[in-house]
Design a protein around this ligand. Sequence first.
Ligand SMILES: [Zn+2]
Length: 327
Amino acid sequence: MSWLSNVVRPKLQQLVGVRREIPEDLWQKCPKCEQMIFHRELEKNLRVCPHCQHHLRLKVKERLAMLFDDGRYELIPLPAVTADPLKFRDLRRYPDRLKEAQAKTGQSEALLVARGTIGGHAVVVAALDFEFLGGSMGIAVGDGLLIAARAAIADRLPLIAIPASGGARMQEGILSLMQMARTTVAVQEVKAAGLPYLVILTDPTTGGVSASFAMLGDIAIAETGAVIGFAGARVIEQTIRESLPDGFQTAEYLYEHGMVDLVVRRHELKATLARVLLLLLKPVLTAEEPPSLALPNAAGAAAARDEASSAPPPTATSAGEAHADER
Ligand SMILES: [Zn+2]
């Protein structure tokens, strides 16, 4: 073999010219329309298929870079991971699975908590990474969400949660289920402090995550085509022995049934978020606001300024109008 690879192969390469190595990930197949997409084109299009508009999943750091102004944010450090509280082993040991996920993603856990500005508004974002053990929620994710909530409260900032998760982390058993209660408490703390709590539901948001902090947003924004649900469609079909309607558990289906407030394409997500934040955080409009948000006439704007001190913040109605615009 060594004679073949050391002598014959270089000689042949000299004769025919050196073959250029083609990276394997140069092309990616769209999981929906199955067209091949050049990866650079896909990255440029925010990983949305140019042929069928299917939204492919994003890595958490791509997601954060896309949402924050100039792609800049600061990560809030999270405590060390409690490794394997139950000494759990399925086909492999849980610590081995954890280590593999850490090596693959370069993160210590599935949740990242970041601080930065979106449309000029300072916010705290807690985002799950589906690449890290399916974005599953264990103790560390519960801890992370509590830290995110408390960071938001300390600096009087809105909290934005971005779930991408298969649900609770089964390797942590009942301790992972307890995170449903802990994350709900974290959200309640933010709401009790009078701060906005927004959720961007991305593909997929399922299981214990959808049954806790993911569905508690003051405003629930879902990304186009995202699968959002509790139990999987196949499990439900087997249980109720009926076939489910088309598009069941998609963002659009949930919107039609009143479970989410907005369904937004990835390209419009940042602008939508910035507008929602503006409406929630600056309830009193002034002449300096962008034209799309100004009152119909100057007199109205002046009246609004005069009432600035007495008017209650029109959070709920403003949000309602915002999503009426989207329809
Ligand atoms: Zn496609």
